[in-house]
Design a protein. Structure first.
Lengths: 324, 249
């Protein structure tokens, strides 16, 4: 069978990540369109939710099992997966564009002699050629790209493609592949969880604060609203550069590009580099005292006024409706 | 030790992007170009590493055209010793960039290379890993902490929800993320000295493109939404809209 597709799943502490299910669904759909099959691979030790993958229509999973590869190792994973891709004759590899996928995809593409396109937000099939759409300039523009090579390595942006549960999923065939040797030239020895509860890159709701917060001492208002919403805390470049917030919270062109379901911008005027990083959010709420602030040009709902009154009121109101 | 730092010349993040007449690249009219912001962290880390070692040389490598010299001068003004401009007037895909950089890194005989985690134009964030694969070097992408002792590298890289602690060794490529360090400002003395430093020019290594841009377009504009009110009295209505209309909470 030509053009066989391989989904590369990510596991952390023995659990498959949700973003991999989006890649699985995308692969299953593409396989149908190309009249081929989609299979999946995961590298690690014990994977507790391995069978979950069948819900998304994957019928065969190759589990490359090795205790030394419980944690990510760019050298070990690249070698194991590229060997499998060559032996199994896969032409298309699909990964989610997470830190894991972004690290692995280019390495695999060199090993299997494939072209590589990352961070796709749309795949279109036109006369058996796949056209990939991906944002550039942090989303200020988009390009349609095609790969000139027969083999392809693709990463898809998380939260854009749906993880689609299929009807009557069949139990997957699980092929365990033991490795005799591993290349551990580079390896992850530990993971340090960041202090914040949720990462903006993964959050479904984000509450961000900007210079309008007037100082780091007022960010508890943002944190309280975020907590009430179950959201991650974000920040504008201005407040990160001023040292009010850590850089891993920065949203925008030199921070993270995000597309959550709900983005609440508090005291953020909406510099072009900030808008680039968040304007693809599904719903945007802006609270700012300046009614002419550019943030209102992308906001679905806005309140023009004093955020020191509005944010606590919003926190209370949300707590109230969540309890009722 | 010879340290290479790769820098690229990109449109300012404050630039408004318009599609050019070819429909595939941006219209450069009125766009200010700057050193790629993440490359400033790479330059700083290379300079810091040299200072710590107490010996060595930092060479900046840029792929681009005549205009890129502005960015090279910026790196030289920060303290980089010398520079190489790999000339190609045409846009290259990431593989083309990696190929050119890999050939030059090999020619320089450098075992430790720094670059930004991504350039803020095409946002691919894969050049470091591609170059490392071509050279069979290790690579730490999105690095926020770095310690090098002898051949050993202990690094931290940013991932979703935290940091991975990575152990690896030279030769290696480090792609730098905000937070790794605080880039220094070029001193007046540095700026003057940069004018006298040599920029060697070479033709960038040939490559076969692996991808092709068919078209560039702007995202569909968003319609401005509704102003619900101008004080805290508008909050219940906002929450109602979020619940009943948007259905997001």
């Amino acid at each position: 069978m030509a053009n066989k597709i391989l989904v590369v799943l990510e596991q952390r502490e023995g659990l498959l990540k949700r973003s991999g299910f989006e890649a699985a669904s995308t692969a299953v759909k593409l396989a149908k369109d190309l009249n081929t099959s989609a299979e999946a691979v995961v590298v690690g030790d014990l994977i507790s939710n391995l069978y979950d993958i069948s819900k998304y229509g994957i019928r065969k999973v190759i589990h490359i099992k090795k205790t030394e590869l419980t944690n990510y190792s760019s050298s070990g994973y690249t070698e194991a997966i590229s060997n499998l891709a060559k032996e199994g004759d896969y032409d298309i590899l699909i990964l989610s564009n997470t830190a894991f996928g972004k690290d692995l995809a280019p390495r695999l593409s060199i090993r299997i002699n494939a072209g590589c396109v990352v961070d796709c937000v749309k795949l279109n099939l036109s006369s058996s050629e796949i056209i990939f759409t991906r944002p550039i300039y942090a989303g200020k523009a988009l390009v349609d790209v095609k790969l000139l090579s027969n083999k392809k390595v693709i990463t898809i942006r998380p939260n854009v493609f749906k993880a689609q549960v299929v009807e009557n999923p069949a139990a997957p065939e699980i092929v365990v592949k033991e490795l005799s040797e591993v290349n551990l030239k580079s390896k992850v020895t530990a993971f340090k969880k960041s202090a914040g509860k949720l990462d903006v890159a993964e959050a479904d709701i984000i509450v961000s604060g900007g210079r309008g917060m007037k100082g780091p001492e007022n960010f508890h208002l943002i944190e309280e609203l975020a907590e009430a919403l179950g959201a991650a805390v974000g920040a504008s470049r201005a407040v990160v550069d001023a040292g009010w917030r850590p850089h891993n919270e920065q949203v925008g062109q030199t921070g993270k590009t995000v597309s959550p379901t709900l983005y609440v911008a508090c005291g953020i005027s909406g510099a072009i580099q900030h808008l680039a990083g968040m304007s693809s959010s599904k719903y945007i709420v802006a609270v700012n005292k300046d009614k002419d602030a550019p943030i209102f040009s992308v906001a679905d709902y806005g309140i023009t006024g004093d955020l020191f009154e509005i944010i606590p009121a919003l926190t209370n109101e949300i707590k109230k409706v969540k309890q009722s | 030790m010879k340290l290479v730092v790769c820098v690229s010349h990109v449109p300012d993040t404050a630039a408004r992007i318009k599609v050019g007449s070819d429909g595939k690249t941006i219209d450069p009219a009125g766009v200010t170009y700057i050193i790629n912001p993440y490359d400033e962290y790479a330059v700083e880390e290379a300079l810091k590493t040299k200072e710590k070692l107490g010996t060595g040389e930092v060479v900046a490598v840029t792929l681009g055209s005549e205009n890129s010299k502005e960015t090279i001068r910026k790196a030289l003004a920060m303290g980089v010793d010398s520079a190489v401009l790999l000339r190609d007037e045409n846009h290259r895909d990431s593989f083309g960039v990696a190929k050119a950089l890999a050939e030059e890194i090999k020619a320089q005989g450098s075992q430790l290379v720094f670059m930004g985690k991504q350039s803020v134009d095409y946002d691919n964030s894969i050049v470091g890993q591609l170059t490392a694969e071509l050279l069979d070097y290790n690579c730490v992408p999105v690095c926020v902490k770095l310690e090098i002792s002898g051949e050993k590298i202990l690094a931290e890289r940013e991932i979703e929800g935290g940091r991975e602690i990575i152990e690896t060794s030279l030769p290696a490529i480090i792609t730098c993320q905000k937070g790794l360090n605080e880039p220094r400002y070029a001193s007046l003395k540095g700026i003057m000295a940069a004018k006298k430093k040599i920029i060697e020019e070479k033709t960038a290594a040939a490559y076969t493109p692996t991808s092709e841009v068919i078209s560039m377009h702007l995202p569909a504009g968003k319609q401005p939404g509704r102003i619900v009110g101008s004080d805290a009295f508008a909050v219940p209505e906002l929450v109602r809209l979020l619940r009943e209309e948007a259905k997001v909470i």
